[in-house]
Design a protein around this ligand. Structure first.
Ligand code: PLP
Length: 387
């Protein structure tokens, strides 16, 4: 059957699998070998060595992830942050300028705001939901524009198609952190982005048992990123490759169930008298609703909200939840809850958080694959405790 006819679910299982299977194994075995017999490789980057991300575990994963997002090539990395920093430092050099959305994952925001300058790279922040803001920030040395598909923790969806048009018009490399959407909801490269970045720690692996990242794009771009990663050293270990390969096979099942659950939980919260604000792009009242409907194949499974109360009451509420586990991170099969100010966004100062709309009482909720009724009953009983 022609590959183009494969549906996403079929690619999850079959794309990238070695043919013939290695010794008939249904799963790609863990290649626990750092180095391989020399077979006449012509260049340093082709030598078979674990750090150079070219073991059978890596190669199968690269092909599968590229196929899932309809791209030519992919590279797995030792973490999402490794994917992000390696990609940025591949295309930004001394004297270059970056445009980045004003609300980014905490680690990325800290790197962009406080560390890029040390590499001699300038940056300006834009509102990626508002194109009228972009022209005035553009500089002759602007090289890269960087956004997230669904921003953390407010869940805004940028003007994705206009970002791509703007990047093409000004010959910028466009990068998007697609972690919150996953390829189930959005395929950035098909939509014209140059590079799609992931924390595979989240939805792609889905089981909260490894840290991993990925960079997805054209073969030419991935060749540059790979050579840079070969020196920066953030390659993914073989065992983690195996777990990621196992985890990704159920991505569609998990993500669809998680999105379905979120679509039931968000209206429950929105209609609850003890809730002040619910951020979920699937709610018609949400400022990103139209953009999410236009660009994404679903609204995701991340919510954030503010209860009508102070920080103590927000913490009491979290502590009374029975199913949602109080922990940072997201995208796993289990529901997780956190106050971003204490975890994912603790590196930002108060002024930066204010710009990003992150209040001290904001609660972020990563919807798992439990039964929606149970999660809703759990939220209800926890709200009753804080009267
Ligand atoms: C978690 C996360 C990252 C960082 O990924 P790690 O795997 O923890 O390094 C980057 N971007 C987003 C949107 C994330 O949620």
């Amino acid at each position: 059957m022609a590959k183009e006819n494969q549906s996403f679910e079929t690619k999850l299982i079959h794309a990238g699998e070695p043919k013939p299977r290695i010794d008939g194994a249904i799963n790609v075995p863990i290649f626990q070998s750092s180095t391989y017999e020399y077979a006449g490789e012509g260049s340093y980057h082709d030598v078979r060595y674990l750090r150079l991300s070219n073991t059978p575990n890596h190669l199968a994963l690269h092909k599968k992830l590229a196929a899932l997002e309809g791209a030519e090539a992919a590279l797995v990395t030792s973490s999402g942050m490794s994917a992000i920093t390696t990609a940025l430092l591949t295309f930004l050099k001394v004297g270059d300028h970056l445009l980045a959305h004003n609300t980014l994952y905490g680690g990325t925001a800290d790197f962009v705001n406080n560390e890029l300058a040390g590499y001699g790279i300038e940056r300006d922040l834009i509102d990626a939901t508002n194109p009228s803001d972009w022209d005035s920030k553009l500089k002759p040395n602007t090289k890269v524009i960087y956004v997230e598909t669904i921003t953390n923790p407010i869940m805004d969806v940028p003007e994705l198609r206009k970002i791509v048009e703007f990047a093409k018009m000004h010959a910028l490399i466009s990068m998007i952190d697609n972690t919150f959407a996953s390829p189930v909801l959005y395929c950035p490269v098909v939509q014209g982005f140059d590079l799609s970045l992931h924390s595979c720690t989240k939805y792609i692996n889905g089981h909260s048992d490894i840290v991993a990242g990925a960079v997805i794009g054209s073969a030419a771009h991935l060749d540059l990123v790979t050579k840079n990663l070969n020196h920066l050293g953030g390659s993914l270990d073989s065992n983690a490759c195996f777990l990621l390969h196992r985890g990704v096979k159920t991505l569609a099942l998990r993500m669809n169930k998680q999105c379905e659950n979120a679509m039931l939980i968000a209206p429950f919260l929105e209609n609850h008298p003890q809730l002040k604000k619910v951020n979920y792009p699937g709610l018609e009242s949400n400022s990103s609703f139209e953009r999410a409907k236009e660009h994404l194949c679903g609204f995701g499974a991340m919510l954030s909200f503010e209860i009508d109360g102070d920080v103590d009451q927000a913490d009491q509420f979290i502590n009374h939840l029975q199913y949602a586990i109080k922990a940072p991170s997201l995208g796993g099969v289990e529901t997780l809850v956190t106050r971003p100010v204490t975890t994912s966004h603790a590196l930002m100062d108060k002024a930066e958080r204010k710009v990003a709309g992150i209040s001290d009482t904001l609660i972020r909720y990563s919807v798992g694959i439990e039964a929606a009724d149970d999660l809703i009953a759990d939220l209800q009983q926890a709200l009753e405790h804080i009267g």
